[in-house]
Design a protein around this ligand. Sequence first.
Ligand SMILES: CC(C)(COP(=O)(O)OP(=O)(O)OC[C@H]1O[C@@H](n2cnc3c(N)ncnc32)[C@H](O)[C@@H]1OP(=O)(O)O)[C@@H](O)C(=O)NCCC(=O)NCCS
Length: 160
Amino acid sequence: MSTEQLPAALIRQAQRSDTNDLIEIYCSNGFLAFSPSRPSRDLIAATVVSYLDLLESAPESITFLVIGASTKVLGFSIARMAARRVWELQIGVHAAQRSQGIGGALMRRIFTEIRSRGPGQCEAIVHSNNAASIRIATRFFQSRENVEALPGYVKFRSSW
Ligand SMILES: CC(C)(COP(=O)(O)OP(=O)(O)OC[C@H]1O[C@@H](n2cnc3c(N)ncnc32)[C@H](O)[C@@H]1OP(=O)(O)O)[C@@H](O)C(=O)NCCC(=O)NCCS
């Protein structure tokens, strides 16, 4: 199945068997190009496992979605509840599968999920040179501001 045919119905909650695919997405070409740090593969693996742990131990504090064709996961979106009912949002699509609408589909679904959990706010921090991410965030968030503590980064916000 080509990604153009991927229905939104292929978006589902992440599960343990997705771990390796999720690590591959984080390690795929250019994924961390605009990240303030360069985590090792081991640290990425530990982070993915910690999100999956949270999904089991405190599901009210995280939404973790993936999109897949057959058994392969192509992208993910994560919203984690920080203080004051602020959801911190993160999204990623495997480098080989970008620019085909997958990121937009994941963004639409994660906003639907977190809005369904009651009044709240959502934030995402993006590097101003990360053109695809700026484009997608501009479509879905209500406002943006510069991050004083992180020069070059923009914080997007929405509330409902
Ligand atoms: C950001 C990211 C998730 C987008 O995923 P995607 O599947 O390529 O997104 P889409 O195909 O739905 O495209 C989203 C928008 O970005 C635009 N876009 C895609 N690639 C682009 C690029 N290289 N340059 C500029 N715009 C681009 C698309 O045209 C689309 O715009 P539209 O909504 O006006 O049609 C993906 O590039 C990615 O994983 N990047 C690395 C991780 C990252 O930076 N995450 C964001 C920080 S949380």
